[in-house]
Design a protein around this ligand. Structure first.
Ligand code: GRF
Length: 215
């Protein structure tokens, strides 16, 4: 059998903000911890931090601003660009625009989504924006992040991996957010490496529930 663990999986990253997860993916690729290749970065905010990171790592980037156009028109522009790019997966890394069902359906293969997202909470708790803030203000004793397949419901698709941390009584909101993002930055590339290079096995457990199991 051919050992495929060193082959590079081509990905496209979507981002809207500071880009620390995008940077950790790029850095892991550089360090050969993640066997992938970022074919392109797609952003919807023209001056977001992720663009500077793309420049630093010499990655082509494309800006599709959301202002003034419908979701449908916006996604059509992105689709036209994606047709020119070679990739196996779309990796959402702080992409703050909800994708339409039509878009998501285009990237389903064998019942699984080829779009992956990282969310700053232990789903299904604290969906939506500011997951760490929501957990902190609710008085949760734990928080964490979730990496999941993207399905047609927001922050909902099948969970690939989760990492938790304790919210200690002495922690400020800033401490919680800093701890969370640090964990995300470490955990996202590791999870992607496992997903792309077959350490994870997609297994349908029952009609009601599917899950990702370790091989
Ligand atoms: C992260 O907390 C991620 O989980 C969420 O948006 C934030 C993006 O941060 N979806 P960054 O832009 O990767 O630094």
């Amino acid at each position: 059998m051919i050992d495929q663990s060193n082959l590079s999986t081509p990905i496209v990253v979507f981002a809207s903000g500071r880009g620390s997860n995008f940077e950790s993916i790029c850095e892991s690729i550089k360090n050969k911890a993640l066997h992938a290749k970022v074919s392109a970065l797609i952003v919807n905010v023209k001056d977001c931090g992720a663009i500077e990171i793309a420049k630093k790592y010499n990655i082509p980037f494309y800006i599709f601003e959301t202002n003034g156009i419908s979701r449908n028109e916006h996604e059509k522009l992105i689709m036209t660009k994606l047709k020119e790019i070679q990739f196996d997966w779309i990796i959402l890394a702080g992409y703050m625009r909800i994708l339409s069902s039509e878009f998501i359906k285009k990237f389903q293969q064998n019942g699984f989504s080829k779009i992956i997202n990282i969310h700053p909470s232990l789903l299904p708790s604290f969906k939506g924006v500011n997951g760490y803030k929501q957990a902190y203000e609710y008085g949760s004793k734990i928080s964490g992040c979730t990496i999941h397949f993207v399905d047609e419901e927001c922050d909902h698709g099948m969970i690939i991996s989760q990492k938790s941390f304790e919210i200690k009584d002495t922690m400020s909101l800033e401490d919680v957010e800093n701890t969370g993002i640090k964990i995300e930055n470490e955990f996202y590339p590791i999870t992607l490496q496992n997903l792309f290079h077959s350490k994870w096995n997609l297994q349908s457990v029952s009609n009601e529930r599917s899950k990702v199991v370790f091989q």
